[in-house]
Ligand binder design. Structure first.
Ligand code: GLA
Length: 397
């Protein structure tokens, strides 16, 4: 099975001309043909999780209409584990927080037409344990096959495998991440495999061959500086992304902390242009209507989920104003004009920057306002402070 996938992948890479990916390792276990979408507990709750909160998130994904636009994974992050393995060495859930256990929780999530995700680490400790936030934090080192089998028996569909200083335990990153990938693969269950190596070294060829997504930065925070700082660090990474393997600039903070509605829209716009996994990180059962509208904007989600040979890339770095372009299937372009500054900016964007070097008439649809306009030459774009305008641009036929 793995060999067939590897061949399919190799053919696919030849066709789309993706940067050379290490041919030695085979394709990862999950499919993730488009960037995974769902929700994760960490940004909303940190360590303070229990089965009621996870169930409430699953309920809300359905009730708020997120499932209808493609959000499907409900992912439990760190702090779900009991402090010890059972007598057979199996991982188990903290009985106080998850009294019905993970299988029952996965069943509940599946019963909603959703998929279930969980968190583990390749060393001996999880990140929350390292940070002194949680006592029960058992890593998978030496138990990779056993843990993969337990996850499969529970019905896990997504694994976040988080480095958490596993080098202290003598783990080598590529080997450690590959070990779990192989263990997941051998269960026969399609599990989306999301990895995070801290500190983030430059992305190299093994990552897209081992995992369905890999973090490209440290942890996001719900601030404008954090969001724009992460955007800065995505420049050039587009060469690594392809269907089944995605750069991960971290989970969404839409609706969290001090982010304004404009900042949340800009954050979501850029993540879509970057073909990022869209994992909501807010309290779905207590979100504002504005936040719900951001997360469920079908036009913006369609930009994220579209693949026409490249994730978005930066075509202008003009200080406060940046222009990012993502090719879309059918020849359209998604174009984000980002204003990082504290005052309104008006800038002229050329047809070439919109991704149409030959010029000609263009049709621009603003994906947040819905306003459609035409252009024959450069377009004057006005962007509010700490905001982005996101267009879908087509050549006028
Ligand atoms: C790391 C990860 C976060 C989260 C925490 C949990 O910091 O980057 O996304 O999973 O660990 O402890």
């Amino acid at each position: 099975m793995t060999t067939v996938r590897g061949v399919v992948l190799a053919v696919c890479c030849l066709l789309v001309g993706v940067a050379a990916v290490d041919p030695v390792v085979s394709a990862p276990t999950g499919s993730a043909r488009t960037p995974p979408m769902g929700w994760n507990s960490w940004n909303a709750y940190g360590c303070d999780i229990d089965q009621q909160k996870i169930r409430a998130a699953a309920d809300a994904i359905v009730a708020a209409g997120l499932r209808d636009v493609g959000y499907e994974y409900v992912n439990v992050d760190d702090c779900w584990q009991a402090t010890t393995r059972d007598v057979w060495g199996n991982l188990r859930a903290d009985p106080a927080r998850f009294p019905d256990g993970m299988k029952a929780l996965a069943d509940y999530v599946h019963g909603k037409g959703l998929r279930f995700g969980i968190y583990a680490t390749p060393g001996t400790r999880t990140c929350a344990n390292l940070a002194g936030l949680y006592p029960g934090a058992l890593g998978s080192l030496g138990h990779e096959r056993q843990d993969a089998a337990v996850f499969a028996a529970w019905g896990v569909d997504y694994l976040k495998y988080d480095w958490c200083r596993a080098e202290v335990d003598g783990v080598e990153p590529r080997a450690g991440f590959t070990l779990m990938r192989d263990a997941l693969d051998d269960t026969g269950r399609a599990v989306v495999y999301s990895i995070h190596r801290q500190p983030q070294l430059p992305v190299d060829s093994w990552r897209p061959s081992v995992a369905n997504s890999w973090r490209t930065t440290g942890d996001i925070a719900p601030t404008w500086d954090s969001v724009t700082g992460i955007v800065d660090r995505q420049v050039g990474l587009e060469v690594w992304a392809r269907p089944g393997a995605w750069n991960d600039p971290d989970m969404l903070e839409v609706g969290n902390g001090a982010l304004t509605p404009d900042e949340s829209r800009a954050h979501f716009s850029l993540w879509a242009v970057l073909s990022a996994p869209l994992l909501a990180g807010n309290r779905l059962d207590a979100m504002s209507e504005d936040t719900r509208r951001v997360l469920t904007n079908r036009d913006v989600v369609a930009v994220d989920q579209d693949w026409a040979g490249s994730q978005g890339y930066r075509v202008r770095d003009g200080g406060d104003v940046q222009v990012w372009v993502k090719p879309l299937s059918g020849g359209d372009r998604a174009v984000a004009v980002l204003n990082r500054g504290a005052s309104t900016a008006t800038t002229s964007v050329t047809a070439a920057e919109f991704g149409f070097p030959g010029g000609g008439g263009l049709t621009l649809r603003d994906l947040w306002s819905g306003v459609v306009s035409g252009a024959e030459g450069p377009v004057a774009v006005t962007v509010r402070p700490h905001a982005a305008v996101l267009y879908r641009v087509s050549a006028r036929r």
